[in-house]
Design a protein around this ligand. Structure first.
Ligand SMILES: Cc1cc2nc3c(=O)[nH]c(=O)nc-3n(C[C@H](O)[C@H](O)[C@H](O)COP(=O)(O)OP(=O)(O)OC[C@H]3O[C@@H](n4cnc5c(N)ncnc54)[C@H](O)[C@@H]3O)c2cc1C
Length: 604
């Protein structure tokens, strides 16, 4: 077998949304990354292999405005714009495109991490196999991020972890078990179906499960197009070791549910519907959870805790399922405990307490079973991924040997995340290099309640009090009255400008996600989000610097080929995707490039 060797700053194992966002964040912040994914596509449970839709802190829009920003928002906006037909393969390809666009990332698809080499408490290399090229690949790195869900690298490295449900006493959690056990949430196989407008019989294979109406007493069987997320089984088994048996049972269940819909007589309106896809891989919800210096708990979530080292946030309810899944016929398939506020996720949950250079992001982070029941949703996994990539970049650039070394400079991490459009509850832009913060701001017109100086108040979304105790009910955006409209930044002395950042309003109060569910798909805008300014110009001292047509992104970073000196910068909004006025959350100005992220559609 061929052997090859690679050396990078950060090696990310697992290309789900956590790993993909970790790799992109690290690469854009200037370090060399290897992203190792065992499948042929990126996205994990959000990919065409599983087809689960990405939810997060806005809870399908029931906490309006809490939708995650940063890299996951960039992905969602691009998908809504390019993929109104809801093709999951296009979503896979979008993730692929975003990763391939980063010169600092080497993507290794179809590659399994199977072990590692260590030196005392450090991982020296991840050892990987790629069957398709008959190759073993040894990847040396300063830092590693296990974003693989199951945590193969971290387990091989001897990182402390736990499996199963804690007792109430262990972390003082009322929602935990009286007696601890090794049960987890189960896995699921989804299917999709469509209406053919003519009778479509379903001839069920012999080997499926047979269900009766009583089996679904607590379960809703009406959404034909999108499969049943509650087709869940195997939480009472080992979701890693017993995966083949779990898969077989889930296939029996998925086809059995469809047989019930088609052939029980209970759903006559399904007569013209037929399956067009059945998952082949169990979507896995839970296995190992690795332990960091802090373990996130029910109390942290319910208090809406904002930690000094918060680098991500969540807000999805505590969403517990019976481990017996579909066999727990007398129990609801999920039990949602609503969280009143958004909660912070500290950096200390995202690295190992006993392996020095190992981060985690995704469903395997340091949280109790109860807290994991909220952190596990994919937009939350994505923002944890962005945080880990950013921490690894900061630690690498500072020459730190250990993940925990980022704690004393967590403010740098937080400010970098904010600059890269992440939202961190309770924090605002305090970047001393941002020249916009020292400017006077005026506008050609101002809608009542949305003054121009909001673009430098450091917060890039409305923060209604329902978000938490730190929230201020501010809107944090400038809005004009009509279009076109101009916003002007003025400095008393000339400043040097090379990079200009703009953050638009992308309608965070609406749900936005690729979903096979017609119900959810109908609630989002497919295309450019109406509030986003689609056409604009940036001028300095009366000279046009940048003109953009067809923008559909929330965050734009414009880097000028050469710096300019000016006392005034004008932003001219010309058109939007529908809103009759310009809306802008933030302008930042820098004298030098800040990130690897550039805007390719700039017409200077
Ligand atoms: C049926 C189901 C319904 C769910 N419903 C929702 C929902 O509606 N919305 C939502 O947001 N979340 C939902 N979840 C939860 C969510 O999907 C997971 O918690 C989330 O996918 C975890 O993200 P991740 O990036 O940590 O892992 P994954 O998405 O699992 O990605 C990890 C990737 O790493 C790869 N990998 C694993 N081991 C290795 C290795 N050794 N080497 C290389 N690569 C490896 C895997 O193949 C995978 O592609 C659901 C989960 C399931 C199963």
């Amino acid at each position: 077998m061929k052997e090859s060797q690679k050396q990078v700053d950060l090696c990310v194992i697992g290309g789900g949304l956590a790993g993909t966002c970790a790799a992109i964040a690290a690469a854009r912040n200037g370090i060399r990354v290897a992203l190792v994914q065992d499948r042929s596509v990126l996205g994990g449970n959000a990919s065409s292999e599983i087809k689960m839709h990405v939810v997060g802190a806005d809870v399908h829009g029931t906490r309006p405005g809490a939708r995650e920003a940063g890299i996951i928002e960039e992905l969602r906006l691009e998908d809504a714009y390019r993929n109104p037909q809801r093709c999951y393969s296009l979503w896979d390809l979008l993730l692929y495109e975003k990763v391939m666009a980063e010169p600092n990332i080497e993507l290794l698809l179809d590659t399994d991490c199977v072990g590692c080499e260590k030196d005392k408490d450090r991982i020296v290399s991840a050892n990987c196999h790629r069957q398709s090229t008959e190759e073993t690949i040894r990847i040396e790195a300063r830092f590693f991020a296990d974003c693989s869900g199951d945590g193969r690298l971290a387990a091989e490295a001897g990182a402390d972890y736990t499996i199963g449900r804690e007792s109430k006493a262990e972390y003082g959690e009322p929602l935990a078990q009286d007696i601890p056990d090794r049960f987890t949430l189960g896995s699921s196989i989804l299917y999709t179906a469509r209406d053919h407008g003519r009778p479509m019989p379903f001839h069920a294979p012999e080997w499926i499960r047979r269900f009766t109406k009583d089996d679904f007493y607590m379960r809703e069987t009406k959404s034909y197009e999108y499969g049943m997320w509650w087709c869940e089984w195997g939480g009472h088994l080992d979701t890693i070791g017993d995966n083949p048996a779990i898969r077989h049972e889930l296939l029996r269940c998925a086809l059995g549910i469809w047989d019930y819909i088609k052939n029980s007589g209970e759903h006559p309106d399904s007569a013209s519907w037929a399956l067009d896809w059945v998952g082949a891989l169990p979507g896995k919800r839970e296995s190992r959870r690795f332990l960091g210096p802090h373990v996130l708990t029910q109390a942290d979530l319910q208090a809406g805790e904002i930690f000094p080292d918060s680098v991500a946030y969540g807000g999805w309810p505590i969403d517990l399922h019976p481990p017996m899944g579909i066999d727990a016929t007398t129990e609801a398939p999920c039990n949602h405990v609503w969280l009143e506020a958004l909660y912070g996720i500290p950096a200390r949950c995202l690295f190992s307490r006993n392996v020095d250079n190992l981060f985690f992001a995704g469903r395997n982070v340091s949280a109790t079973h109860v807290a994991f029941a909220s952190t596990r949703v994919m937009a939350t996994c994505a923002v944890m991924g962005q945080a880990v990539g950013t921490m690894a970049a900061v630690a690498t650039k500072k020459g730190f040997p250990s993940a925990r070394d980022v704690l004393p400079c967590v403010k740098t991490v937080q400010q970098t995340l904010l600059r890269d459009d992440a939202f961190l509850p309770g924090l605002r832009n305090e970047d001393p290099l941002d020249l916009a913060r020292t400017a006077a701001v005026s506008a050609s017109s101002t809608a009542e309640g949305f003054p121009p100086e909001r673009v430098i108040d450091g917060i890039t979304r409305p923060t209604p009090s329902r978000f938490g105790t730190w929230a201020d009910d501010g809107d944090h955006a400038w809005r004009s009255v009509t279009l076109p409209a101009t916003l002007t930044l003025t400095w008393p002395q000339p400043v040097t400008l090379q990079e200009i950042h703009l953050t638009f309003d992308s309608g965070l109060e609406r749900p936005l996600m690729l979903s096979m569910s017609d119900h959810y798909h109908r609630r989002q805008v497919n295309g450019g989000q109406p509030e986003i300014v689609s056409r604009y110009r940036i001028l300095a001292g009366g000279h046009p610097l940048i003109e953009v047509v067809g923008n559909h992104r929330r965050k734009r970073v414009h880097r000028l080929p050469t710096p300019v000196s000016a006392t005034q910068l004008h932003f001219e909004a010309i058109e939007t995707h529908g809103a009759p006025e310009a809306r802008l959350f933030e302008v930042r100005c820098y004298a030098r490039p800040t990130t690897q992220e550039t805007d390719d559609k700039v017409e200077a």
